[in-house]
Write a protein of this length. Sequence first.
Lengths: 111, 114
Amino acid sequence: AQTVTQSQPEMSVQEAETVTLSCTYDTSENNYYLFWYKQPPSRQMILVIRQEAYKQQNATENRFSVNFQKAAKSFSLKISDSQLGDTAMYFCAFGGNKLVFGAGTILRVKS
Amino acid sequence: SAVISQKPSRDICQRGTSLTIQCQVDSQVTMMFWYRQQPGQSLTLIATANQGSEATYESGFVIDKFPISRPNLTFSTLTVSNMSPEDSSIYLCSVGFRQSTEAFFGQGTRLTVV
């Protein structure tokens, strides 16, 4: 069975600075997908970024990028130039349409 | 992409009663899923809703407690039966397309059992 671990329950960052959220996972599969989802207080789950395991190049979406280390089974999210609107719960997830989620990290961006 | 309408958005229910949550999608989707998010917790998959057949439940979830229907490719319901305060959670519908790895989520139903 796949497991996803997020070891940081809460993180804070000053507006305009950079923050990195950690995620590790465990799987015996070789081809898979990893995701970061954002859940603001509205409860809406929003896909932030996706990484395909067979791609060595780290995914990037504007201010969001990942550091994917397949051998270490590590998948961290870097948010650059943090904005107040980035305040949310962030979930690391494994799978595809059907997902296994980590426990989540609450990110607070301070002005 | 998909636009998902989930109803109700929230409800307060008496223990021992049942609540049915609806998930309507604006396009035909291959897969539909139901998740539970207990207060302050992560999302846990309850089941995969299969069109025209019984849902596939994850370990720890049973049909008698969480009956699911999926009569067509755009609609599903989840019923939370014989509710207790421990069922107080957010319940989310998620959909996916076979040709895509992205999952789309409804806004969730916040259920409080008193």
